[in-house]
Ligand binder design. Structure first.
Ligand SMILES: [Mg+2]
Ligand SMILES: [Zn+2]
Length: 214
């Protein structure tokens, strides 16, 4: 499923009352697949080592895995929505080949300054704004209080702050650059070498939290 309509800015907090499944909101470029500076063609799609294993392990532990991605390449005219959907069909196909299914794919195609209207706009769904996560929470029945965010960039950490989940930074993609830029003030719960290591840490952390609540 690729959903590219903008967030609706609802004020309800479905899932905030402890119902629903926990989720991991995962970034795409630099986290699941190799960062290539505006992935516009499916031929350049390369899964990162550990990506499929991470998705598989999280789902086996009861997490929904939801892809949340900024694709300003659409606003910039580098790829159209059908091209993004083709990339996501192929990404999903390769993950499923390793028994790893995504529960949802949410895309922001906008940019506040690049391109032309209607894609050029200040939207509610471009990370770090929480519009896409709000929609996923509503549509998939997610318990935000038990959820996590994983990504390689500052916007992913900002998204975690916006929705109030722990953030895990992966060192793939722009991860090392992000560590360098934010230095000692890194707003993260954990730094992981790749998505599989992030998944393993999240699964262990969720178990620790569950034990503490008992
Ligand atoms: Mg990224
Ligand atoms: Zn948007």
């Amino acid at each position: 499923m690729t959903d590219t309509s903008p967030g609706t800015g609802d004020r309800t907090r479905a899932g905030a009352r402890g119902r629903g499944a926990p989720a991991v909101f995962v970034d795409r470029d630099g986290t699941l697949n190799r960062e290539v500076d505006y992935l516009a063609n499916v031929d350049r799609l390369r899964l990162l080592p550990g990506a499929a294993a991470g998705v598989r392990r999280l789902r086996a532990s009861g997490f929904k895995v939801v892809l949340v991605t900024n694709q300003s390449a659409v606003a910039r005219g580098l790829v159209d929505l059908s091209g993004v959907e083709a990339i996501h069909r192929e990404l999903a196909r390769r993950l499923v080949a390793h028994d790893a299914r995504l529960d949802g794919i949410y895309v922001c195609p906008h940019h506040p300054e690049a391109g032309t209207a209607p894609l050029r706009r200040r939207c509610r769904c471009r990370k770090p704004r929480p519009g896409l996560v709000r929609r996923a929470v509503r549509e998939l029945g997610i318990d935000l209080a038990r959820s996590y965010c994983v990504g390689d960039a500052a916007v992913d950490l900002g998204l975690a702050a916006a929705i109030g989940t722990p953030a895990v930074l992966v060192l793939t993609g722009h991860g090392r650059r992000t560590v360098g830029a934010l230095g000692g003030r890194l707003p993260v719960a954990h730094v992981a070498t790749n998505f599989r290591a992030a998944a393993d840490w999240i699964i262990a952390d969720a178990e620790r939290r569950t034990r503490r609540r008992r």
